[in-house]
Design a protein around this ligand. Structure first.
Ligand SMILES: NC(=O)c1ccc[n+]([C@@H]2O[C@H](COP(=O)([O-])OP(=O)(O)OC[C@H]3O[C@@H](n4cnc5c(N)ncnc54)[C@H](OP(=O)(O)O)[C@@H]3O)[C@@H](O)[C@H]2O)c1
Length: 247
C-alpha cells in the first residue's frame, strides 16, 4: 500500500530535505508552498511520485482549498508536515514584518493544522495503526521572548501550544490522529541567511531526526537532541537575565 506525505513548506530547507528523506523511505510526496517551479524540480528528482500545490499561507481560505485539492489528488495521505514559516529581525517593531509573521506562522499554520485534522477525521488512514499523523515545525525560540524578533518567537510559542492542544483534543475521540511537535535549534537553511550559528545542523540531519520521530510517533522532539538542554535552561532563566541576552 502506497504511503503519502504532504509537506507544506516543501520548496526549501527543512521541508525539502524531509521530502527527500520520506521519498527515499517510500512515501509519495505532496509539496505545497509558493515557488511552483522549485517544487516541480524537487518533485522530478524524487524516487517516488510527487504532487505539487501552489499556495500562499497569507490567504488562508485559498491555502486550505489548495491543501484539500492536493490531498484529494494523492492516493493516500498518512502524514502532513507543516514546515512553512518565516522570521524577520525587527528591532524597530515595524508593523509590516510583524503582521506578515503572524499571517504565515500563526493564521496560516492554524488554517492548515485544522485542515489536516479535518482531512484525517474524514479520511482515516487504513493501512496504519493511527488515522493520520500531523507534524508541526515549531522552534526552540518558542521558549522565550526575543526583543529582536518579537513576532517570530511568539508565533512559535503559538505553534507549540496549538499542537499540544490538538494532542489533548484527541483524548476520547474515535479517530486517532498522532500529533508531533518538532522544535529545532539552528538549521542551515535560507532562514539562517548564511550565518554560522552554534550547534547548527544540516537540513539533512534535521530531516533524518524528524523522519525518526514520525516513525516512532513521538509527541515532541528537539532537533538536534542537545537543544533540549538549551530549551530547559531558557525556561528556567529569570526574565531579567533573559532580557540581557535577548534585548
Ligand atoms: N532554520 C532554522 O534555524 C530554524 C530553526 C527553528 C525552526 N525553524 C522552522 O523551520 C521551518 C522551515 O524553515 P527553514 O529553516 O526550512 O527555512 P526556509 O528554507 O526558508 O523554508 C521556509 C518554507 O516556508 C515556505 N513559506 C514561506 N512563506 C510562505 C507562505 N506565505 N506561504 C506558503 N509557504 C511559505 C517557503 O516556501 P515558498 O517561499 O516557496 O513559499 C519554504 O518552503 C520554519 O517554520 C522555521 O520557523 C527553522
Amino acid at each position: 500500500m502506497t504511503r503519502g506525505a504532504i509537506i507544506v513548506g516543501g520548496s526549501s530547507g527543512i521541508g525539502e530535505a524531509l521530502a527527500r528523506k520520506l521519498a527515499a523511505d517510500g512515501y509519495e510526496i505532496g509539496l505545497a508552498a509558493r515557488r511552483t517551479e522549485r517544487m516541480r524540480e524537487i518533485g522530478a528528482s524524487l524516487p517516488t511520485q510527487a504532487y505539487v500545490a501552489t499556495l500562499d499561507l497569507r490567504d488562508t481560505a485559498d491555502a486550505r482549498r489548495g491543501f484539500f485539492q492536493l490531498a484529494d489528488a494523492m492516493p493516500s495521505v498518512d502524514v502532513v508536515v507543516l514546515s512553512a514559516g518565516i522570521g524577520h529581525e525587527n528591532p524597530a517593531l515595524e508593523w509590516g514584518p510583524e503582521c506578515e509573521t503572524i499571517d504565515v506562522n500563526v493564521r496560516g499554520f492554524a488554517a492548515l493544522a485544522t485542515a489536516a485534522v479535518e482531512y484525517f477525521e474524514a479520511n482515516p488512514v487504513c493501512a496504519s495503526d493511527v488515522d493520520g499523523h500531523l507534524v508541526g515545525i515549531s522552534s526552540v525560540a518558542s521558549a522565550f521572548g526575543n526583543g529582536a524578533a518579537p513576532a517570530y518567537n511568539a508565533s512559535k510559542a503559538f505553534v507549540s501550544t496549538y499542537l499540544e492542544g490538538l494532542r489533548h483534543r484527541q483524548a476520547g475521540r474515535k479517530t486517532d490522529v498522532a500529533v508531533t511537535t518538532v522544535e529545532p535549534g539552528f538549521v542551515d537553511t535560507e532562514m539562517a541567511m548564511g550565518e554560522n550559528l552554534f550547534w547548527m545542523c544540516s537540513p539533512e540531519t534535521a530531516a533524518r531526526q524528524i523522519a525518526r520521530a514520525i516513525r516512532k510517533r513521538k509527541r515532541h522532539v528537539y532537533v538536534t537532541r542537545r537543544w533540549r538542554l538549551v530549551s530547559w535552561l531558557l525556561r528556567a532563566t529569570p526574565e531579567p537575565l533573559l532580557r540581557r541576552l535577548f534585548a
